[in-house]
Every structure is written in structure tokens, then in C-alpha cells.
Write a protein that binds this ligand. Structure first.
Ligand code: GLA
Length: 379
């Protein structure tokens, strides 16, 4: 479809086609920017890029999602407030050139089926897709971890969203039928096989995450503040990653109630994520599901990033046959839930949750039974 659009708009076939997936996070939420652990999987929803070289330094780009065109020059890349959808590509292009990679002008079409503003990392898929696109079109030799870091830089330092590394990392390095366990401090990782008798079902609350960015920044500051308070008390810690539940108990008096709860979420979520990867590798899937459920409760009560719609979807999920675990996924304040469901029950589960959601709140929930898939830099 992207190819057809390209032909229609630019009157020729594209030289290069690449795609990058969205992601769902199984467990390890709001831990990445605390140097912690995450366990996402890339999903079979993609942002695709098609393009061909031009002889000059001009980029002409069309978004199929926004039905809009933009143009810029590689020698003076600035943020565009009118075509905001183009800023991810601009940021990636700018930082690649700043790192010494020589790009050429290009005609580009991109778009896909990762729902936007839904907590499935459509923006990371655009950034990683753009990086993969340049790798192919300009013949660059890019290491996959470098590609993830560069894509994140585009989001942090060009677009101006202070996210962690998880989303770009999984979109670049995901693996078919596997989740990815990542240590966000040193970026060491391993792929963990998912069982074929369980399915990942995503339920989209349909609520756009309007509060997400400001509240995300507030959480980030609260995490840093709790670390500096604990350090004043004499605890050695560079980030919440270094803090244990026992440290929190002994540091109680220096933390306000709110800081204690924020820190407790991160500390216990790291514990849950480490246990989750162990049980996925050599334990029972039921225990994995319990850890997902506990993660939701912690995000809801201690971290306070859930909302009525997400809680409703999760509570409906918890009642369904074949459900192993259910929680909100991504930054929160809307977006999606992730559910681990026995394969045989997956379709009925998705229908029942959507029906229940309609009944309870009068809202429509899209549901996707997902397949874990390869990242853009995995060949
Ligand atoms: C967003 C950010 C990620 C991560 C999650 C919460 O998706 O982009 O870096 O912090 O929220 O786990």
C-alpha cells in the first residue's frame, strides 16, 4: 500500500522499503528511565517507509496517516511546528548527519497501522523506521544498539519528549516469538521465548493520552527527588535501580508519602520484572500472570498513572476464562492494556472484554491478538 502511494505521489517505484514494529511491554513499566529492567515484545503492527534518492539535499516526505506533505533540506534541519509528524524523521536525519553519516536528498512516503497515541510506541516505530530507512538508502553500517540510541536521541533532544530507551530498543531489536529482557543501565539484553500456547492480546481503551507527557515528566522528577533524599540519608544510589525494598523501609522518614509510593512502584516493579523473566524461562506461566496483575495494581495505586478506562479493561480481563495476567502497558493515562491469555481462549477473551467495556462505559475498545515479531534491525 505504501508502495502504491509512493508511485502515485512521486511517479516512480521506490528504491528502498523498510518497516519498524510497534511494541507492547509485558512488564517493567516506568522503570527504563530509572536504569531498571523491562520486558517488551515487538508486535506485528508496523510503520513502513518507502523512498528513493534525489541528486540534491532536499527531502520531500509524505505521511499516509496524516495525508500531508513536508519538505526540508538536510543542511538546515529544524523542528516544524506545522508538520509535526515530520519531526521524528527530521531528528533522526539531523543526528545521523551530526554523527558523520552522509545522507542524500530523498523522496519518502511513510505510515502504517500502529495506533497513534495509544501506548504502542508509534513514534518509536517512526524513529527506528527512519533510521533503518537511512541505513538502506545511504548504505550505512549501523549497529542495532546505536540505531536504538540514535532514535531515542531524536525523541529526547529534537522532538523534546523525555522518554526512556525501551521503545526504540525493542522496535530495533525485537525478535519473532520472543520478548526482550533489557537492562536499561548497561543495555545488556537477552531474548526470551514466548510459549505458543499463550497469546498476547492488546485492548485499546481509545483514550488518547492527553495527560501523559506532563505527568510523565512529573514522575521522572519524583523518582530523581526520591533518590536524592535517600542519598541525603546516607544511602548509596545513583538511581532507583540501586534501591531495595529494605532501603525504602529504612528511608521512610526522609520521603514524603507520595515520593515513597512512587519509589516503591519502581523498586517493586524491578523485582517483579526480574522474577518474571526467570519464570518465563523456567517457571510457571501462572506466576508470570500474577506478576503482571501486581504490576497493574502498583501502577494504579502507587504510581498513579492508570485511569478509569484502563482499570475497567483490566478488571474485565481478570474475570475472563483463560486469562493469565492483565495490566496497563506504556506510559498510562489512556492507551492500551496488555493481556496474557491461553491461546484457545484468546479470541473469545478479546470479544468479551470489548463487550464488557461497551456495557460498562459505553466506549469502543479495539482489540488485537498479537504476534511477537522481529525488530527493524534484526535480519
Ligand atoms: C513510554 C516511554 C518509555 C517508558 C514507558 C513507561 O512508553 O516512551 O520509555 O518509560 O512510557 O514504561
Amino acid at each position: 500500500m505504501i508502495e502504491e502511494t509512493f508511485k502515485r505521489i512521486f511517479g516512480a517505484s521506490p528504491e528502498v522499503m523498510v518497516r519498524a514494529p510497534g511494541r507492547v511491554n509485558l512488564i517493567g513499566e516506568h522503570t527504563d528511565y530509572n536504569d531498571g529492567f523491562v520486558l517488551p515484545a515487538a508486535i506485528d503492527r508496523f510503520v513502513e517507509f518507502a523512498g528513493r534518492r534525489r541528486a540534491d539535499r532536499t527531502i520531500r516526505v509524505h505521511s499516509t496517516d496524516f495525508q500531508d506533505c513536508a519538505e526540508f533540506n538536510l543542511d538546515s534541519i529544524n523542528k516544524d511546528s506545522e508538520h509535526r509528524w515530520s519531526n521524528y524523521l527530521r531528528g533522526v536525519s539531523k543526528f545521523l548527519e551530526a554523527d558523520g553519516h552522509r545522507l542524500s536528498g530523498a523522496e519518502i512516503v511513510f505510515g502504517g497501522n500502529v495506533p497513534r497515541e495509544s501506548g504502542l510506541s508509534s513514534s518509536a516505530a517512526v524513529e527506528v523506521g527512519a533510521t533503518a530507512f537511512w541505513q538502506r538508502l545511504a548504505g550505512l553500517q549501523l549497529d542495532a544498539v546505536y540505531a536504538a540510541k540514535l532514535s531515542r536521541r531524536a525523541e529526547n533532544d529534537f522532538v523534546g519528549v523525555p522518554c526512556g530507551i525501551m521503545d526504540q530498543f525493542i522496535s530495533a531489536l525485537g525478535k519473532k516469538d520472543h520478548a526482550l529482557f533489557l537492562d536499561c543501565r548497561d543495555l545488556s539484553y537477552r531474548h526470551v521465548p514466548l510459549r505458543d500456547d499463550v497469546k498476547i492480546v492488546v485492548c485499546n481503551s481509545g483514550v488518547k493520552r492527553s495527560l501523559a507527557q506532563t505527568e510523565y515528566e512529573v514522575r521522572l522528577k519524583q523518582c530523581r527527588e526520591s533518590v536524592s533524599k535517600l542519598r541525603e540519608k546516607g544511602l548509596w544510589a545513583n538511581s532507583l535501580r540501586d534501591v531495595t525494598s529494605a532501603d525504602l523501609d529504612s528511608g521512610r522518614e526522609v520521603l514524603s508519602d507520595i515520593l515513597l509510593r512512587r519509589a516503591r512502584h519502581v523498586v517493586t516493579e524491578n523485582e517483579r520484572t526480574r522474577e518474571a523473566v526467570n519464570v518465563l524461562e523456567s517457571g510457571t506461566i501462572e506466576r508470570f500472570g500474577e506478576l503482571m496483575n501486581a504490576s497493574h495494581v502498583s501502577l494504579r495505586d502507587d504510581y498513579e498513572v492508570s485511569c478509569k478506562e484502563l482499570d475497567t479493561l483490566v478488571e474485565l480481563a481478570w474475570k475472563q476464562p483463560g486469562m493469565l495476567g492483565a495490566r496497563m502497558t506504556g506510559a498510562g493515562f489512556g492507551g492500551c492494556t496488555v493481556n496474557l491469555v491461553r491461546a484457545k481462549a484468546a479470541e473469545a477473551f478479546a470479544r468479551a472484554v470489548a463487550e464488557g467495556y461497551q456495557k460498562a462505559l459505553g466506549l469502543k475498545a479495539d482489540t488485537y491478538v498479537c504476534q511477537a515479531t522481529d525488530g527493524a534491525f534484526v535480519t
